[in-house]
Structure formats: C-alpha cells, structure tokens
Design a protein around this ligand. Structure first.
Ligand SMILES: [Zn+2]
Length: 374
C-alpha cells in the first residue's frame, strides 16, 4: 500500500487510493460548505434517517470488542502517517542527486499525506461529523431564552432538588464503587426513554468502554471521548463513580447524533434529570453545579447565590471529587491541547469553542423551565 516509491525509476503515477483520498477529502469540504446553510436538509436526510442506521451498523462491530478501540484507531492513523512520511524521506534521500526525481518524490509524499487526511475527513464526516450541521438543539427541543428572574427561580428549584436527592442517598458516595457496566446500561435505558419521548431516533446497541490509556487521558483533563469511526463512547477509568453517569450520558448523546458539546451536555443533563434513578439525577446535578461553580468562564451573582445554598452533604461530595481528581496532576501539554480542540470546535461551526460546554448548562435550565413543576 505504501510502496509508491520506485527509488530507481520514479514516475508521477499515483495509486488509486491517493487520488480517491484527495477527491473524497475535497468532496467532504464541499459538502460542509454546502450543508452549512441547510440545517433542515441535514436533519431530515442525515441526522434523523441515514445516520442512526449507519451508527447502528458500526456499533455492531465495536459492541463485541472486549477493549476500547479508540486508542487502536488513533495509533493506527499515527503509524500510517509516519510510514508514509518515513518511506517518503527514504525516497527523497535516494533521489537527492537528481533534482527532477527529488521533486517528484517530495510531491508524492505530500500527496500521500494529503490523501490520508482526505480519507479521514471524508469518513469522519459521513459516519458522524455532518451532525454538527444539523439544526440547533434549541430548535429540536423548542427552547427559548429565559429572563434573569426565571433563571433564578429554576436554579433555586435545582438547588432544592439536589439537596433533596442527596438526602435520599444513605450511602457514603465518596468511597462508592459503582459497577461501570451497570451504570452504562442504566444510562443507555435513560437516554432511550428520553429520546423516545421526543420522538428522536435511539442508538442503543453500543457498549461504552474505558480507555486503555485512562491515566494519560485523566492527566490531559479528558473525562470521555466519543469515537465516531467505531461508534464507541469511551470514558476514562478514573472518572469518579458519582459523576460517571453524566459522563457516560454525554458520550452516549454524541453517539445519538448530538455532535456539539452544548447539545451533548444538554441531553445528558435533562435525560438523567427526567428519567434517571436518584443516583443518576444526583450525578447530573452535581456535575451541573461543578460546571456552573468551578469550571465556568464567568460566574454570575445568580450562580454564586445558588451554589451557596447547596447542603453540606453535597459540598462534601464535591470536595471528595476534587480531592480524588487531584491524584492526577495535569500534564503541561494539556493546555495547548485544549486550545487546539477549541480551534477544532470553532472550525466545525461552534461560535464559542470549548466555552460552548457551558452553554449546555444554560440550555438545560431553559429546558427545565418549560417542565411543569414536579
Ligand atoms: Zn463531548
């Protein structure tokens, strides 16, 4: 596959997969440009119809895999790119005395790398990525902006719910050791109920996996990743069990076609709040307050006032998670990595980049404000 270089007699004939890679990569970019202005088309012809079938088909493979396929895909891609580069360098060195052959080999190497990137972009877009271009989540769930007063009311109600849920849980959550597989299946049922209620397609045939390189992920500040190439939600093994149902729900929301971070967060919160067990509802609330009170970019007075009303038990759990997370010192590369991810999100259409994680909380409150009081 990579023996494209004939060192002695280089010519400019290229393998079919190179041409196709560049062609399909270009087609993918064209479709992104075309579909960006037509969210309704994406919704009707992709997200609600074709995508669920395709993702269901892909989960048929990853479901049975005993290990997380995520790392294998990443490592496979890196090795492929390196093999192309190294064999290219060898060809360039071998032809260094002939300027014509030298330039042909340089162009061929660049072309081969571009072809690989083209394939990755094309397959990524088709198997999941176009979900970024579906209609805004606000439209799907018919959400509207809230007044400050309404937001305050919903948050006060949220604090009451959080404290009430915590009182119903008698065990010491800090040292809780819930079974990952059970949590995953339970969250799967919760999302099924939620999406069915909203008459949205459900992809139920996936098993979430814990990463092989969980320690590294944790040090990079990554709680979970959805891998669209194998339709596999993945979570670090070192996500505290209290919070884990929310993390699994977030990755499963990606699987169900909610590509951007605010949408996935919204779905995770409200699905668990509406259909989760006491522990699952609490998991979503605790994550909500952590996101609102700690990770948030800006804290409004309303948010600060709400967080202050959380009960001692809730604050203890929060503290417990913080201490648990402290065992994994952040790597220096973590910051530039998140910056890059921010750029990626903005490139795929998110206006706010990683700050959009936080918009999920805002949307979740808007959703709650529409529900009749329990
Ligand atoms: Zn996500």
């Amino acid at each position: 596959m990579f023996s494209i270089f004939n060192k002695k007699h280089p010519n400019f004939s290229l393998k079919t997969w190179h041409w196709l890679g560049c062609l399909f990569g270009a087609i993918a970019f064209f479709l992104w440009w075309l579909l960006a202005d037509h969210p309704q088309w994406v919704e009707s012809f992709y997200s609600l119809t074709w995508y669920p079938k395709l993702a269901g088909f892909l989960t048929g493979f990853s479901f049975w895999s005993p290990i997380s396929l995520h790392e294998l895909i990443i490592v496979g891609l890196i090795i492929t790119a390196l093999v192309i580069l190294i064999s290219g360098i060898f060809a360039v060195i071998a032809s260094r005395n002939n300027p014509k052959w030298l330039s042909i080999n340089i162009v061929k190497t660049l072309f081969a790398e571009a072809a690989l990137a083209g394939w990755v972009v094309f397959i990524f877009s088709v198997v999941w990525g176009f979900n970024y271009l579906r209609q805004p989540t606000e439209n799907i769930f018919e959400l509207t902006e809230m007044s400050d007063q309404l937001k305050r009311q919903v948050m006060v109600e949220g604090v009451k719910q959080t404290n009430g849920l915590r009182q119903q849980i008698t065990e010491n959550l800090c040292s809780q050791n819930a079974n990952f597989r059970e949590q995953d299946h339970s969250v799967e049922r919760v999302l099924d109920q939620f999406l069915t209620f909203h008459e949205l397609p459900v992809i139920n045939s996936a098993n979430s996996k814990t990463f092989i390189i969980s320690d590294l992920m944790k040090r990079l500040g990554i709680a979970g990743i959805y891998n669209p190439f194998v339709a596999q939600p993945g979570v670090t093994s070192f996500q505290h069990p209290i919070i884990r149902p929310h993390t699994i729900a977030h990755e499963r929301a990606h699987l169900n076609g909610f590509a951007d971070e605010d949408s996935a967060n919204l779905v995770a919160y409200v699905a668990l709040w509406r259909y989760g067990s006491v522990e699952e509802q609490y998991s979503a609330w605790l994550q909500f307050w952590i996101a609102t009170g700690v990770q948030g970019v800006r804290h409004t007075d309303t948010e600060n006032a709400a967080v202050e009303k959380l009960s001692e038990q809730v604050l203890n759990d929060w503290q417990c998670i913080r201490e648990y997370n402290r065992q994994w010192a952040r790597l220096h590369i973590s910051k530039p990595m998140w910056k890059t991810y921010d750029k990626y999100l903005k490139a795929t259409g998110s206006k706010q980049g990683i700050a959009s994680y936080r918009k999920g909380e805002e949307l979740a409150l808007q959703y709650l404000s529409k529900l009749p009081n329990k």
